[in-house]
Ligand binder design. Structure first.
Ligand code: GLP
Length: 267
């Protein structure tokens, strides 16, 4: 697990965005795993700027989002499909036919969505780079505490904490979904590279458990300790609970100097 602590939330977005851009430069038809949430907004803004002014193209890329609410139609502004269109897809050159979310039509059986989504990911050749945030309770996607570490895309019931955390995004009388369809933890672990972004003090405790706690279904993000290529990008506030901080900074310096001498990992 590579832990990188940066000065600000803005640097977290820029560093993640540069990694996405670097991947697309060498592999224009890459398969991206995408996420929603407020943490990702700065990243999408950065990538849109790179598309508009930096020569970045998503034309050949394919994407799979981590999760989608159940019982919220795509046209509803609260759906994750609407979020992705509004914040990202509408502003870049990606072919929307190649953008996927685990959404469930009104008459569709939600239990069948997961296996189909898994098949689509396999058909696309698997995910090259999975972006994600972390919930205040350590969830990734909507894999809530106690989720099976071997889970696949399926329906999950949201915890009360998640409903409260995300409640700020819903108006008083608006329907707030209590169910979602999310990639499973094993689905996420299959991604060839994982990039988790966390910013702000409200994430400090979950980040410390993820990086330095035991691997446990009670902190689903902790399973990333077992991923071969997981990078955790943090701002100072989100890193505040880490006890091994000096080592992460020291490692980052060594990696930067290796990069300066030998180039980025994509050459
Ligand atoms: C939601 C999403 C998660 C995301 C989390 C954190 O619950 N399903 O994928 O990581 O929110 O969101 P935020 O970045 O808004 O804190």
């Amino acid at each position: 697990m590579e832990v990188v602590i940066l000065k600000s939330a803005k640097s977290v977005a820029a560093t993640a965005g540069d990694l996405v851009a670097e991947l697309l430069r060498v592999q224009p038809a890459a398969v991206l795993g995408l996420a929603t949430g407020s943490t990702q907004l700065a990243l999408y803004r950065y990538l849109v700027q790179q598309y508009l002014h930096g020569g970045l193209s998503f034309k050949q890329a394919t994407s799979f989002n981590l999760d989608e609410y159940l019982g919220v139609a795509a046209e509803n502004p609260q759906s994750y499909r609407a979020y992705m269109d509004r914040e990202f897809f509408d502003h870049i050159d990606i072919d929307k036919h190649n953008t996927h979310l685990p959404d469930c039509g009104e008459t569709e059986n939600p239990r069948l969505v997961g296996p189909l989504y898994e098949q689509k990911i396999r058909d696309a050749g698997g995910i090259d780079l999975q972006l994600m945030g972390i919930g205040g309770n350590g969830h990734i996607g909507f894999n809530e505490p106690s989720s099976s570490l071997r889970s696949r895309t399926r329906v999950k019931t949201l915890t009360k904490q998640t409903l409260e955390d995300n409640g700020r995004l819903f108006k008083k009388d608006e329907f707030q979904p209590k169910l979602a369809i999310t990639m499973g933890i094993a689905t996420i672990m299959d991604a060839r590279r994982v990039l988790l972004l966390a910013t702000g003090q409200s994430k400090a405790e979950a980040v410390a458990k993820m990086v330095e706690g035991p691997i446990s279904a009670m902190c689903p993000a902790s399973v990333l300790q077992m991923h071969e290529r997981a990078t955790i990008l943090l701002d100072e506030d989100a890193a505040a609970g880490l006890s091994n901080r000096d080592y992460y900074d020291w490692t980052h310096l060594q990696n930067e100097s290796l990069k300066a001498r030998f180039g980025g990992e994509h050459g």
